[in-house]
Design a protein around this ligand. Structure first.
Ligand code: OGA
Ligand code: FE
Length: 334
Protein backbone atom coordinates (compact mmCIF):
# COMPACT_ATOMS: atom_id res chain seq x y z
CA UNK A 1 0.00 0.00 0.00
CA UNK A 2 1.26 3.46 -0.87
CA UNK A 3 1.05 6.18 1.73
CA UNK A 4 0.06 9.74 0.95
CA UNK A 5 -0.23 12.49 3.54
CA UNK A 6 -3.21 14.81 3.46
CA UNK A 7 -2.78 17.28 6.33
CA UNK A 8 -2.50 14.93 9.29
CA UNK A 9 -4.30 11.94 7.78
CA UNK A 10 -2.51 8.81 6.61
CA UNK A 11 -4.39 7.08 3.84
CA UNK A 12 -3.78 3.51 2.84
CA UNK A 13 -4.07 3.55 -0.90
CA UNK A 14 -4.29 0.90 -3.57
CA UNK A 15 -1.01 0.30 -5.41
CA UNK A 16 -0.97 0.77 -9.16
CA UNK A 17 1.64 -0.74 -11.47
CA UNK A 18 3.42 2.58 -12.10
CA UNK A 19 5.50 4.84 -9.86
CA UNK A 20 4.17 8.18 -8.66
CA UNK A 21 5.61 11.29 -7.08
CA UNK A 22 3.64 13.41 -4.68
CA UNK A 23 2.18 16.72 -5.90
CA UNK A 24 3.39 19.56 -3.63
CA UNK A 25 0.89 20.72 -1.01
CA UNK A 26 1.48 24.41 -0.31
CA UNK A 27 0.05 27.49 1.34
CA UNK A 28 -1.71 30.10 -0.76
CA UNK A 29 0.90 32.59 0.51
CA UNK A 30 3.87 30.53 -0.57
CA UNK A 31 5.44 32.18 -3.65
CA UNK A 32 6.08 28.69 -5.02
CA UNK A 33 2.29 28.24 -5.37
CA UNK A 34 2.07 31.15 -7.80
CA UNK A 35 5.20 30.01 -9.60
CA UNK A 36 3.74 26.56 -10.18
CA UNK A 37 0.43 27.89 -11.48
CA UNK A 38 2.28 30.30 -13.79
CA UNK A 39 4.41 27.40 -15.06
CA UNK A 40 1.34 25.21 -15.68
CA UNK A 41 2.33 22.70 -12.99
CA UNK A 42 -0.17 21.06 -10.62
CA UNK A 43 -0.20 22.11 -6.98
CA UNK A 44 -2.47 21.50 -4.00
CA UNK A 45 -3.36 24.66 -2.10
CA UNK A 46 -4.48 23.92 1.43
CA UNK A 47 -5.58 27.25 2.90
CA UNK A 48 -7.20 29.26 0.10
CA UNK A 49 -10.70 29.47 1.61
CA UNK A 50 -11.90 29.51 -2.01
CA UNK A 51 -15.02 27.51 -1.14
CA UNK A 52 -15.12 28.20 2.63
CA UNK A 53 -18.73 29.39 2.24
CA UNK A 54 -19.71 25.94 0.93
CA UNK A 55 -17.93 23.74 3.46
CA UNK A 56 -21.20 23.24 5.34
CA UNK A 57 -22.87 21.69 2.30
CA UNK A 58 -24.32 18.26 2.89
CA UNK A 59 -27.05 16.25 1.18
CA UNK A 60 -29.84 17.55 3.44
CA UNK A 61 -28.87 21.20 2.99
CA UNK A 62 -28.48 20.79 -0.77
CA UNK A 63 -31.78 18.96 -1.06
CA UNK A 64 -33.52 21.80 0.74
CA UNK A 65 -31.86 24.63 -1.17
CA UNK A 66 -30.65 23.54 -4.57
CA UNK A 67 -33.98 23.93 -6.35
CA UNK A 68 -36.28 21.51 -8.12
CA UNK A 69 -34.64 21.36 -11.53
CA UNK A 70 -33.25 18.23 -13.13
CA UNK A 71 -29.67 17.13 -12.56
CA UNK A 72 -27.36 15.13 -14.76
CA UNK A 73 -26.64 11.86 -12.97
CA UNK A 74 -24.56 9.01 -14.34
CA UNK A 75 -25.26 5.45 -13.36
CA UNK A 76 -22.64 2.72 -13.70
CA UNK A 77 -22.75 -1.01 -13.06
CA UNK A 78 -19.15 -0.93 -11.86
CA UNK A 79 -17.03 1.73 -10.15
CA UNK A 80 -15.84 3.34 -13.42
CA UNK A 81 -17.59 6.44 -14.73
CA UNK A 82 -16.06 6.89 -18.15
CA UNK A 83 -17.27 10.00 -19.92
CA UNK A 84 -18.44 9.77 -23.54
CA UNK A 85 -19.66 12.29 -26.08
CA UNK A 86 -23.23 11.55 -27.23
CA UNK A 87 -22.65 13.43 -30.47
CA UNK A 88 -19.98 10.95 -31.58
CA UNK A 89 -22.04 7.79 -31.01
CA UNK A 90 -23.82 7.67 -34.38
CA UNK A 91 -20.63 7.23 -36.37
CA UNK A 92 -19.34 4.48 -34.02
CA UNK A 93 -21.86 1.68 -34.48
CA UNK A 94 -20.18 -0.83 -32.18
CA UNK A 95 -19.89 1.57 -29.27
CA UNK A 96 -21.36 0.38 -25.98
CA UNK A 97 -22.11 3.12 -23.50
CA UNK A 98 -19.88 2.67 -20.44
CA UNK A 99 -22.51 4.28 -18.22
CA UNK A 100 -26.10 5.49 -18.31
CA UNK A 101 -27.16 9.15 -18.35
CA UNK A 102 -30.19 10.03 -16.18
CA UNK A 103 -31.95 13.34 -15.53
CA UNK A 104 -33.12 13.29 -11.93
CA UNK A 105 -34.45 15.72 -9.37
CA UNK A 106 -32.13 16.17 -6.41
CA UNK A 107 -34.28 14.04 -4.05
CA UNK A 108 -34.39 11.25 -6.67
CA UNK A 109 -30.60 11.32 -6.82
CA UNK A 110 -30.21 11.30 -3.03
CA UNK A 111 -32.57 8.38 -2.81
CA UNK A 112 -30.52 6.41 -5.36
CA UNK A 113 -27.29 7.29 -3.57
CA UNK A 114 -28.60 6.18 -0.20
CA UNK A 115 -30.18 2.94 -1.38
CA UNK A 116 -27.39 1.82 -3.77
CA UNK A 117 -26.01 -1.58 -2.87
CA UNK A 118 -22.22 -1.76 -2.75
CA UNK A 119 -20.81 -2.98 -6.04
CA UNK A 120 -24.08 -2.44 -7.91
CA UNK A 121 -25.57 0.48 -9.78
CA UNK A 122 -23.44 3.32 -8.52
CA UNK A 123 -24.48 6.92 -9.21
CA UNK A 124 -22.48 10.12 -9.74
CA UNK A 125 -24.10 13.56 -10.01
CA UNK A 126 -22.27 15.94 -12.36
CA UNK A 127 -24.22 19.14 -12.90
CA UNK A 128 -23.11 22.70 -13.61
CA UNK A 129 -24.28 25.13 -10.93
CA UNK A 130 -26.77 27.43 -12.66
CA UNK A 131 -29.49 30.02 -12.06
CA UNK A 132 -32.01 27.40 -10.94
CA UNK A 133 -30.48 27.08 -7.46
CA UNK A 134 -32.12 28.55 -4.36
CA UNK A 135 -31.21 31.81 -2.57
CA UNK A 136 -28.97 30.27 0.07
CA UNK A 137 -26.87 28.40 -2.49
CA UNK A 138 -26.58 31.64 -4.49
CA UNK A 139 -25.32 33.37 -1.33
CA UNK A 140 -22.79 30.57 -0.68
CA UNK A 141 -21.69 30.80 -4.31
CA UNK A 142 -21.22 34.57 -4.12
CA UNK A 143 -19.19 33.97 -0.95
CA UNK A 144 -16.51 32.01 -2.83
CA UNK A 145 -13.09 33.68 -2.79
CA UNK A 146 -13.67 35.19 -6.24
CA UNK A 147 -11.00 37.85 -5.78
CA UNK A 148 -8.22 35.23 -5.50
CA UNK A 149 -9.43 33.02 -8.32
CA UNK A 150 -10.11 35.96 -10.65
CA UNK A 151 -6.68 37.39 -9.93
CA UNK A 152 -5.16 34.02 -10.86
CA UNK A 153 -7.22 33.99 -14.06
CA UNK A 154 -5.89 37.45 -14.99
CA UNK A 155 -2.28 36.86 -13.98
CA UNK A 156 -2.08 33.61 -15.90
CA UNK A 157 -4.07 34.88 -18.89
CA UNK A 158 -6.74 32.19 -18.68
CA UNK A 159 -9.81 32.73 -20.85
CA UNK A 160 -13.31 33.17 -19.41
CA UNK A 161 -14.78 30.99 -16.64
CA UNK A 162 -16.96 28.43 -18.44
CA UNK A 163 -18.58 26.56 -15.58
CA UNK A 164 -18.60 25.44 -11.99
CA UNK A 165 -19.44 21.77 -12.09
CA UNK A 166 -20.91 20.28 -8.92
CA UNK A 167 -19.81 16.66 -8.46
CA UNK A 168 -21.42 14.40 -5.87
CA UNK A 169 -20.00 10.91 -5.90
CA UNK A 170 -20.28 7.71 -3.92
CA UNK A 171 -17.22 6.41 -2.14
CA UNK A 172 -15.17 4.25 -4.50
CA UNK A 173 -16.41 5.97 -7.69
CA UNK A 174 -13.65 6.31 -10.26
CA UNK A 175 -13.31 8.78 -13.12
CA UNK A 176 -10.85 6.98 -15.42
CA UNK A 177 -7.82 8.85 -16.76
CA UNK A 178 -8.51 11.56 -19.32
CA UNK A 179 -7.48 15.10 -20.05
CA UNK A 180 -9.58 18.24 -20.40
CA UNK A 181 -9.00 21.16 -22.72
CA UNK A 182 -9.52 23.71 -19.95
CA UNK A 183 -7.69 25.02 -16.90
CA UNK A 184 -9.25 23.84 -13.64
CA UNK A 185 -9.15 24.94 -10.02
CA UNK A 186 -10.68 21.79 -8.56
CA UNK A 187 -12.07 22.32 -5.05
CA UNK A 188 -13.02 19.65 -2.56
CA UNK A 189 -15.91 20.25 -0.15
CA UNK A 190 -16.66 16.90 1.43
CA UNK A 191 -14.91 13.51 1.57
CA UNK A 192 -11.58 12.68 -0.01
CA UNK A 193 -10.48 12.22 -3.58
CA UNK A 194 -7.26 10.66 -4.80
CA UNK A 195 -5.92 12.21 -7.99
CA UNK A 196 -3.30 10.53 -10.17
CA UNK A 197 -1.90 12.86 -12.82
CA UNK A 198 0.34 12.38 -15.85
CA UNK A 199 2.24 15.08 -17.68
CA UNK A 200 0.97 15.90 -21.20
CA UNK A 201 4.45 15.66 -22.70
CA UNK A 202 4.33 13.84 -26.04
CA UNK A 203 7.69 12.16 -25.47
CA UNK A 204 7.34 11.08 -21.90
CA UNK A 205 3.65 10.51 -21.25
CA UNK A 206 1.28 11.01 -24.17
CA UNK A 207 2.54 7.89 -25.90
CA UNK A 208 2.09 5.84 -22.69
CA UNK A 209 -1.51 6.88 -22.27
CA UNK A 210 -3.15 5.59 -25.46
CA UNK A 211 -6.07 7.98 -25.90
CA UNK A 212 -9.03 6.90 -28.03
CA UNK A 213 -9.08 8.47 -31.52
CA UNK A 214 -10.54 11.98 -31.65
CA UNK A 215 -13.67 10.79 -33.50
CA UNK A 216 -14.43 8.16 -30.83
CA UNK A 217 -17.09 9.00 -28.18
CA UNK A 218 -14.37 8.47 -25.54
CA UNK A 219 -12.02 11.02 -27.17
CA UNK A 220 -9.56 12.41 -24.57
CA UNK A 221 -9.92 9.25 -22.46
CA UNK A 222 -7.20 6.71 -21.82
CA UNK A 223 -7.87 3.19 -23.15
CA UNK A 224 -5.91 1.34 -20.45
CA UNK A 225 -7.70 -0.15 -17.45
CA UNK A 226 -5.44 0.84 -14.54
CA UNK A 227 -6.66 -2.11 -12.47
CA UNK A 228 -5.81 -4.60 -15.16
CA UNK A 229 -3.56 -3.13 -17.86
CA UNK A 230 -3.39 -5.05 -21.14
CA UNK A 231 0.34 -4.70 -21.83
CA UNK A 232 0.06 -6.62 -25.10
CA UNK A 233 -2.15 -3.91 -26.53
CA UNK A 234 -0.63 -1.04 -24.57
CA UNK A 235 3.05 -1.94 -23.96
CA UNK A 236 4.26 1.61 -23.32
CA UNK A 237 1.91 1.97 -20.37
CA UNK A 238 4.77 0.20 -18.54
CA UNK A 239 6.74 3.47 -18.83
CA UNK A 240 4.03 5.65 -17.28
CA UNK A 241 5.13 7.79 -14.34
CA UNK A 242 2.49 9.67 -12.39
CA UNK A 243 2.01 12.35 -9.78
CA UNK A 244 -0.50 11.97 -7.03
CA UNK A 245 -2.28 13.57 -4.12
CA UNK A 246 -5.36 13.25 -1.93
CA UNK A 247 -7.58 16.30 -1.58
CA UNK A 248 -9.95 16.85 1.34
CA UNK A 249 -12.41 19.55 2.44
CA UNK A 250 -11.11 23.04 1.69
CA UNK A 251 -8.29 21.95 -0.62
CA UNK A 252 -7.81 23.19 -4.17
CA UNK A 253 -5.97 21.20 -6.81
CA UNK A 254 -4.75 23.32 -9.69
CA UNK A 255 -5.28 20.90 -12.58
CA UNK A 256 -3.56 22.36 -15.63
CA UNK A 257 -5.04 21.95 -19.08
CA UNK A 258 -4.10 18.74 -20.95
CA UNK A 259 -2.74 16.98 -17.87
CA UNK A 260 -4.09 13.44 -17.62
CA UNK A 261 -6.03 12.74 -14.44
CA UNK A 262 -7.56 9.66 -12.83
CA UNK A 263 -9.85 10.47 -9.89
CA UNK A 264 -11.10 8.17 -7.16
CA UNK A 265 -13.49 9.00 -4.32
CA UNK A 266 -11.73 7.25 -1.44
CA UNK A 267 -13.62 4.48 0.27
CA UNK A 268 -14.37 4.79 4.01
CA UNK A 269 -15.04 8.54 4.09
CA UNK A 270 -18.58 8.63 2.70
CA UNK A 271 -19.78 10.44 -0.39
CA UNK A 272 -17.73 13.23 -1.95
CA UNK A 273 -18.74 16.77 -2.93
CA UNK A 274 -16.53 18.84 -5.24
CA UNK A 275 -16.83 21.98 -7.37
CA UNK A 276 -14.69 22.79 -10.40
CA UNK A 277 -13.66 26.22 -11.65
CA UNK A 278 -13.11 25.66 -15.36
CA UNK A 279 -11.46 28.31 -17.51
CA UNK A 280 -10.97 28.39 -21.24
CA UNK A 281 -7.42 28.56 -22.55
CA UNK A 282 -6.22 32.14 -23.01
CA UNK A 283 -5.24 33.63 -26.36
CA UNK A 284 -2.10 32.00 -27.80
CA UNK A 285 -0.28 35.23 -28.73
CA UNK A 286 3.01 34.84 -30.57
CA UNK A 287 4.04 31.28 -31.22
CA UNK A 288 7.37 30.53 -29.57
CA UNK A 289 9.49 27.50 -30.53
CA UNK A 290 9.90 24.85 -29.40
CA UNK A 291 6.15 24.38 -28.95
CA UNK A 292 4.92 23.37 -25.50
CA UNK A 293 3.74 19.77 -24.97
CA UNK A 294 0.20 21.17 -24.71
CA UNK A 295 0.47 22.88 -28.10
CA UNK A 296 1.78 19.67 -29.64
CA UNK A 297 -1.15 17.67 -28.28
CA UNK A 298 -3.51 20.31 -29.63
CA UNK A 299 -1.80 20.16 -33.04
CA UNK A 300 -2.00 16.35 -33.14
CA UNK A 301 -5.70 16.54 -32.35
CA UNK A 302 -6.37 19.05 -35.08
CA UNK A 303 -4.49 17.06 -37.72
CA UNK A 304 -6.32 13.90 -36.69
CA UNK A 305 -9.70 15.67 -36.86
CA UNK A 306 -8.86 17.11 -40.27
CA UNK A 307 -7.93 13.68 -41.69
CA UNK A 308 -11.08 12.16 -40.28
CA UNK A 309 -13.21 14.90 -41.77
CA UNK A 310 -11.55 14.67 -45.16
CA UNK A 311 -11.82 10.86 -45.37
CA UNK A 312 -15.38 10.95 -44.02
CA UNK A 313 -15.07 7.36 -42.74
CA UNK A 314 -13.58 6.50 -39.34
CA UNK A 315 -12.58 3.02 -40.55
CA UNK A 316 -10.18 4.53 -43.05
CA UNK A 317 -8.31 6.68 -40.55
CA UNK A 318 -5.98 4.13 -38.89
CA UNK A 319 -4.59 2.80 -42.17
CA UNK A 320 -4.24 6.27 -43.62
CA UNK A 321 -2.32 7.50 -40.57
CA UNK A 322 -0.08 4.43 -40.61
CA UNK A 323 0.68 4.86 -44.31
CA UNK A 324 1.66 8.42 -43.62
CA UNK A 325 4.32 7.27 -41.17
CA UNK A 326 5.47 3.77 -42.09
CA UNK A 327 8.52 3.73 -44.28
CA UNK A 328 8.57 7.47 -44.68
CA UNK A 329 10.33 8.45 -41.48
CA UNK A 330 13.15 6.76 -39.65
CA UNK A 331 12.48 5.36 -36.21
CA UNK A 332 12.47 8.04 -33.55
CA UNK A 333 15.36 7.75 -31.07
CA UNK A 334 14.48 5.28 -28.30
C1 OGA B 1 -12.26 17.18 -13.51
C2 OGA B 1 -12.56 15.74 -13.35
C3 OGA B 1 -13.56 13.96 -12.07
C4 OGA B 1 -13.95 13.64 -10.67
O1 OGA B 1 -12.56 17.95 -12.56
O2 OGA B 1 -11.75 17.57 -14.57
O3 OGA B 1 -12.26 14.99 -14.25
O4 OGA B 1 -14.38 12.49 -10.46
N1 OGA B 1 -13.16 15.32 -12.21
O5 OGA B 1 -13.84 14.50 -9.80
FE1 FE C 1 -11.47 16.00 -15.91
Amino acid sequence: MAKVEESSKNFSLKEYPFPTEEIPRLSINNPETDRRIAAGLPVVIEDSRLVQSALHWDLDYLQENIGDGKFTVYKSKNKRFQYFDDKKIDSNKNFQKPMEHLDLTFPEFVNKLKTAKPGKDRVYLQQALNEGVGKRIVADFLGFNWSWVTEQQKKNKFGPLTSNLLLIGMEGNVTPAHYDEQENFFTQIRGYKRFILFHPDRQSQFKCMYPYPTYHPCDRQNQVDFDNPDYKKFPKFKDAKGYETVVGPGDILYLPMYWWHHVESLPDYGHTISVTFWYKAGPIGNIVYPLTPQQKVSMMRNIEKMIHQALNDPDEVPEFMQNMVLGRYTEPPA
